[in-house]
Design a protein around this ligand. Structure first.
Ligand SMILES: CC(C)(COP(=O)(O)OP(=O)(O)OC[C@H]1O[C@@H](n2cnc3c(N)ncnc32)[C@H](O)[C@@H]1OP(=O)(O)O)[C@@H](O)C(=O)NCCC(=O)NCCS
Length: 158
């Protein structure tokens, strides 16, 4: 297992384990409110994405997570399916730390491009992604159903 730390903050990014699921479910609800995953979805994402389901731990508490999925066709493209940090720990570099670790792992896997979807008015997430060289490649209406438009962003790796 690899670990990452940023600045003087003793935060660690590691792969999720089965024992994290209850706490992950709790923090997901705090992060995404009505859009949080149901427990069974979280469980299935964990089973399928294994080492690409990353959690950020600070003082033995989970403070954020990122889920990465590589497409099965040519294994050259990945999606960031989820990224979140609990409100009390935002603005401390944890979102960037998770994304850096994600990109490092995907690059090591020789993934050529990583994509994600983001709400057009989510300025904080947009600032983070743009600062990490993601570019908007599409704007999709009703991407997640009526009223849920999304920008599709991508970054080449390697
Ligand atoms: C988006 C999110 C993951 C960012 O996490 P975070 O830990 O707060 O972000 P960081 O502290 O690592 O900051 C990374 C960058 O985001 C931007 N950012 C962070 N807080 C910001 C704020 N209050 N206003 C504007 N930009 C901000 C900055 O570009 C920042 O880089 P900088 O510190 O070099 O200026 C977090 O806000 C979150 O969980 N939001 C709710 C869930 C969500 O929207 N997820 C993304 C779905 S696509």
């Amino acid at each position: 297992m690899r670990e990452s730390t940023r600045k003087n903050d003793a935060a660690t990014v590691r792969c999720a384990t089965e024992r994290d699921l209850d706490q992950l479910h709790s923090i997901d609800q705090v992060i995404f409110l009505d859009d949080a995953y149901q427990f069974f979805v979280l469980r299935q994402l964990f089973e399928v994405h294994g080492e690409r389901f990353l959690v950020l731990e600070h003082e033995r508490e989970l403070a954020g997570y990122a889920i990465l999925a590589t497409t099965p066709d040519d294994r050259r493209h990945s999606w960031v399916l989820g990224l979140g940090v609990v409100p009390r720990d935002r603005g401390r570099g944890y979102g960037r730390l998770l994304m850096r670790e994600a990109i490092e792992r995907l690059t090591a896997d020789e993934v050529a491009e990583v994509r994600l979807s983001v709400e057009p008015n989510n300025e904080i997430a947009l600032n983070l992604y743009r600062s990490m060289r993601f570019e908007t490649i599409d704007r999709r209406q009703a991407y997640f159903g009526p009223g849920h438009d999304r920008l599709i962003m991508a970054r080449k790796l390697g």
